[in-house]
Design a protein around this ligand. Structure first.
Ligand code: GLV
Ligand code: MN
Ligand code: MN
Length: 410
């Protein structure tokens, strides 16, 4: 084991400086994909990478590749990275840690004058969250061939603005083709976003798998009418249908414990007036499970139950599964590199399955890939209260550095 270690304070300071862009009063961050704030975050990342001697490539999905040359620059790079976009009430660490950990590795190697045999790349993937432009991980998905470029660029927000238009507007519609860029290996460092590591007092999660996800969009249409004169038995209340489906979604999640997750996180009620019976409701469903068969059974239960509820209330229903991301087993050799690095550094660790989606899930289709988790306070994430400890972040970054060095020399 070498004695190269990253600079904990420098990593922390960079996270805090990035967190000021879109920083919220509660100490979180709101930097939605392809907004002016996202542009500012990207500009800062590019500036830091250029100062660290990297060349920058931006592809047509706005993915940014910061490259540190290798002794043999014709070899495929060992790549690391994550995302800089956040949820509307997000934190300073989700995604940002994985990107700035890559930069911190470059800074550390530069300081020591260390060259690697293969080049290294730190990648910032566009719109991982899928909050403004569903689905999640769309740009790493285009990179990995899960979606075509037109699909990626035409994803639209609730105002109808597309990713293509917004990439042009903020100046990050790059010219490089998306994909066809081989990586020797890809590692994503991330906060756990759940409570397991903290509860067990472990510092490093050796991530072996990621669970699958299905995302749905449902529109129920009834009839808006007056809240006073319309008798209860003759109403076609779209929100009542949505409420029953929300309850059913929760029940499907509870029926498939210990591992299922089932969430309705977005709802729009039309016309949203207190004395009008709601005529139309649009909402989303997010199902997750590590086993594809259980996820399929949850899908069947949702479809069957939603039809029944809509019929009972006399509603029309438009039901669409907009995204399926199957469970992902990560590459055994990459997982072993992470485990070996944690052991060599004397860090407490355990194997785990990722509950969240990550760009690594798509990159695993085109390169040997795995992930490194560090604890976050009380397991809270997608929340302005998201916190991580500087020592844990440094530990995760050191594991990343060792795993990268092992791969980049081999
Ligand atoms: C991405 O943050 C997800 O929803 O898993
Ligand atoms: Mn993330
Ligand atoms: Mn996230």
């Amino acid at each position: 084991m070498n004695d190269i270690r990253i600079d904990k304070q420098r990593l922390w300071d960079s996270l805090m400086e990035m967190g000021e862009i879109g920083g919220t009063e509660k100490g979180g961050c709101c930097r939605l994909a392809l907004t002016d704030l996202d542009k500012q975050g990207r500009d800062l990342f590019v500036k830091w990478c250029e100062e660290a001697g990297c060349s920058i490539t931006v592809d047509k999905m706005g993915n940014i590749f910061a490259r540190r040359p290798g002794q043999d620059d014709s070899l495929p790079p060992v790549a690391v990275g994550s995302h800089l976009d956040t949820q509307p009430t997000g934190g300073k660490f989700d995604g940002v840690f994985g990107v700035l950990a890559g930069l911190e590795i470059f800074r550390t190697l530069n300081e020591r004058g260390i060259e690697t045999r293969t080049p290294l790349e730190t990648v910032m993937w566009t719109n991982e969250e899928g909050s403004r432009f569903p689905p999640a991980m769309v740009s790493s998905g285009v990179f990995a061939g899960a979606f075509d470029l037109d699909y990626g660029l035409s994803r639209a927000d609730l105002d109808g603005k597309t990713m293509g238009e917004e990439l042009e507007r903020i100046g990050y519609a790059g010219s490089a083709e998306v994909g066809g860029r081989p990586f020797k290996a890809f590692f994503e460092a991330h906060i756990e976003q759940g409570p397991i590591l903290e509860d067990e007092g472990k510092q490093i999660g050796v991530v072996t798998d990621a669970q699958g996800q299905r995302w749905y969009e449902i529109t129920l249409t009834g009839q808006e009418s007056h809240a006073g004169p319309t008798p209860m038995p003759s109403r076609r209340d779209a929100l009542l249908g949505a409420a029953r489906i929300v309850d059913m979604v929760n029940r499907i999640g509870m029926d498939n414990q210990p591992n299922a997750c089932a969430t309705v996180g977005l709802m729009q009620v039309f016309p949203n007036s207190r004395n009008v019976i709601p005529g139309q409701v649009f909402f989303t469903v997010d199902f997750r499970h590590p086993d594809a068969e259980v996820l399929e059974a949850m899908d069947a239960a949702l479809r069957e139950g939603a039809v029944r509820i809509a019929e009972d209330i006399g509603l029309e229903m438009d039901f669409e599964q907009i995204w399926y991301s199957p469970p992902v087993p990560f590459d055994e050799d990459c997982v072993a590199s992470v485990r070996k690095a944690a052991e060599a550094l004397g860090l407490s660790h355990r194997e785990m399955v990722s509950g969240a989606g990550h760009d690594a899930c798509y990159i695993a289709r085109v390169a040997p890939t795995s992930m490194i988790f560090v604890p976050c306070e009380k397991g809270i994430s997608h929340n302005e209260l998201e916190r991580a400890d500087a020592d844990d972040l440094a530990a995760g970054c050191n594991v990343l550095l060792q795993a990268v060095l092992e791969r980049a020399q081999a």
